[in-house]
Design a protein around this ligand. Structure first.
Ligand code: ADP
Length: 372
């Protein structure tokens, strides 16, 4: 078991490609940290530097109190699970799992104990005599996990381990990895571009973009208090709606004006602005999540100050919920509403914004302009 400290870590590939810039992060012992971001944002590179598979261009990496920049991967007490499983095709599953331990000269009886214990945890005991080609994708991924478990590492690193599985298996393996983490009580670092995996698995999530860390927090805090427009848009599906608007003050009341629409910003929200006077009379970006655009009559009637007129562009019924695509002055907003909603395309509609949940971002910098 171990903590990790990343201090000012950079990766600069030849040709001045800055893949990772100034990563500063403390990962507690037993934490489940997820790195997420779009393709090419530097997730794998960061993980590979932690694993020792990629040299650190600048900065310091500690596992526990030990500086490991120059420590070989095999001496770092970590185990990595890859997307493509990386099993040895000519070896049995038992030998695939035992191989790394044999290299380390672990006694035979101890190897046997660990392989059997890991295969029991992962429910692959019946597969031990098979060869990898006789396994399904899900089984192969379990073996890859098993091979990591038998090492009894201080830190588990996983690079998109579920992306080769079909949707149903992904969900199943996701819950199994969460249970595995609970059971092993070891530090997990997990790379994915899938926001559901990040939200459900991570005790904390690190959001990356273009090689820069955007925000590090618990899943719920990232969802509720995104530091910038990128994080706000990246987590949440359908994604947050962004509405350019003007902040207008009339007496004590603060409004957000957008085209023909206008909503009152409630007092509790008004108090959260970091520097309200700077933004009054200026354009900002208002953010509202689809579930905060309401179309139930009671809510709409109770909130005349938050009503918005729209024309329904499209209705998508998913059974458990419906997505309404609403045209508001040429801007298409997505609302997540009750599937029994009667609205159809081209209908005129009045909805109400849950204004206590509004987000606001600086028009130029995209940074949030609200305190928590
Ligand atoms: P992610 O895992 O988030 O998809 P990567 O960490 O693989 O992203 O890559 C980050 C950036 O570094 C990308 O722009 C990628 O093209 C670049 N990169 C990755 N590996 C190399 C390499 N060996 N040489 C040069 N550039 C690389």
């Amino acid at each position: 078991m171990a903590s990790l400290t990343l201090k000012g870590i950079y990766k600069i590939y030849s040709g001045e490609v800055k893949a990772v810039n100034d990563i500063n992060l403390y990962i507690r012992d037993k934490e489940f940290v997820v790195f997420i971001g779009p393709s090419g944002c530097g997730k794998s590179t960061t993980l590979r530097m932690i694993a020792g598979l990629e040299e650190i261009s600048q900065g310091e990496l500690y596992i526990g109190d030990r500086l490991v920049n120059d420590v070989a991967p095999k001496d770092r007490d970590i185990a990595m699970v890859f997307q493509n499983y990386a099993l040895y095709p000519h070896m049995s599953i038992y030998d695939n799992m035992a191989f790394g331990l044999r290299l380390r000269k672990v006694p035979k009886t101890e190897i046997d104990r660990r392989v059997k214990e890991a295969s029991k945890i992962l429910d692959i005991e019946h597969l031990l005599n098979r060869k990898p080609k006789a396994l399904s994708g899900g089984q192969a991924q379990r073996v890859a996990l098993g091979r990591a478990i038998v090492r009894e590492p201080k830190v588990f690193l996983m690079d998109e381990p579920l992306s080769n599985l079909d949707a149903k298996l992904r969900v199943q393996m996701r819950t199994e990895i969460i249970k595995l983490h609970n059971r092993l009580q070891t530090t997990f670092i997990y790379v994915t571009h899938d926001q559901t995996e990040a939200m459900t698995m991570g005790s904390r999530i690190v959001v990356l973009k273009d090689g820069f860390m955007q925000q590090v927090d618990t899943p719920q805090n990232l969802y509720d208090f995104p530091d910038n427009k990128f994080v706000a848009g990246f987590l949440g599906s359908p994604q947050m709606n962004f509405i350019p608007c003007m902040l207008v003050e009339d007496g004590e009341t603060l409004y957000a004006d957008f085209g023909k629409g206008r909503v009152v910003i409630p007092e509790v929200k008004k108090k959260k602005f970091k520097d309200l006077t700077k933004y009054i009379g200026r354009q900002v970006i208002m953010g509202i999540r689809p579930e905060d655009i309401k179309n139930d009559e009671e809510y709409i009637e109770a909130h005349p100050e938050a009503q918005v007129k729209a024309v329904v562009d499209l209705v998508e019924n998913l059974g458990a919920e419906t997505y309404l695509y609403l045209n508001v002055d040429g801007l298409i907003l997505t609302a997540r509403v009750d599937p029994r909603c009667k609205l159809r395309a081209d209908d005129k509609a009045v909805v109400a914004f849950n204004t206590t949940r509004l987000h606001f971002f600086d028009y130029e910098t995209d940074e949030t302009i609200l305190n928590r």
